[in-house]
Write a protein that binds this ligand. Structure first.
Ligand code: COA
Length: 222
């Protein structure tokens, strides 16, 4: 798996800072692609049931980018390797609550992406005035529950399912500025990835054209 670290080598920034960005509706198709690539077990862990392709499509089609907050990590090939959904309550009585859901591509796991997306969502939620963040996970989902516990969440187990909740401190000037800077850097990082990919694709096409011309020359040579 092509990870987003490489281009940050030599950078004085922590490798994470510039990689997690907020996603809008333009990214819907790539979110779908990421989720559809999850196997049955991962779909079960992510949604609480083994969602089929149609259910995943339906879920992605109904993602509300206005109400909710969606964060993602792209690799250099612009594949979405991890993303998180911070769902805000539709009921105004509970607008200080949000629910967190996340998935990381299999080959990118165990490298801290899940945990960092959680931290990013927590910072954003604080700045949005959220006071309680909920995580619904199956009790067997050690990695997800570890992420929640590491952040100080209270985990309540109810048989095969667990509910975790994290009480968030209020936003500060620092948390607001940090988020602004991180998002700005992440947008720049993404744009660079887009340009780099376009340039590599252009070079690849050029090489193919050259190869085609060479082959044609060889064939037509007496
Ligand atoms: C849960 C999930 C998002 C974790 O992503 P990840 O990027 O691999 O997680 P991280 O690398 O940030 O690891 C988080 C913690 O879990 C631990 N961990 C990771 N994989 C683990 C595993 N298979 N078993 C036990 N612990 C594990 C890590 O050591 C880390 O703990 P630490 O910081 O104390 O060392 C990922 O496994 C996934 O996408 N699963 C399928 C979907 C899902 O379950 N979503 C969550 C429900 S909403």
């Amino acid at each position: 798996m092509d990870l987003p670290f490489r281009e940050e080598k030599g950078s004085r920034l922590a490798p994470w800072v510039a990689t997690i960005r907020q996603l809008g509706p333009r990214h819907r198709e790539r979110i779908a692609r990421h989720l559809l690539a999850l196997d049955e077990r991962d779909r079960y862990l992510r949604f609480g049931y083994a969602a089929n392709d149609e259910q995943i499509r339906n879920y992605v089609d109904h993602l509300d980018f206005e109400r909710d907050d969606i964060f993602g990590i792209y690799n250099r090939r612009l594949e979405l390797i991890a993303w998180a959904h911070l769902a805000h309550s539709v009921d105004r009585n509970f607008d200080a609550c949000a629910e967190f859901g996340v998935s990381v591509s299999k080959s990118a796991r165990g490298r801290g992406f899940g945990g960092k997306l959680f931290d990013r969502a927590v910072m954003h939620a604080r700045n949005e005035g959220v006071q309680l963040m909920f995580i619904h996970a199956l009790s067997e989902n050690t990695a997800m529950l570890k992420i929640a516990r590491n952040a100080g969440a209270t985990v309540e187990r109810d048989g095969s399912e667990s509910e975790a909740y994290l009480r968030l401190p209020p936003a500060t000037f620092d948390s607001r500025v940090t988020e602004l800077i991180e998002e700005r850097l992440a947008q720049t990082n993404y744009r660079l990835k887009v340009q780099a990919k376009q340039f590599w694709d252009f070079l690849k096409n050029l090489q193919e054209v050259r190869r085609g011309v060479q082959d044609a020359r060889h064939k037509s040579a007496p």
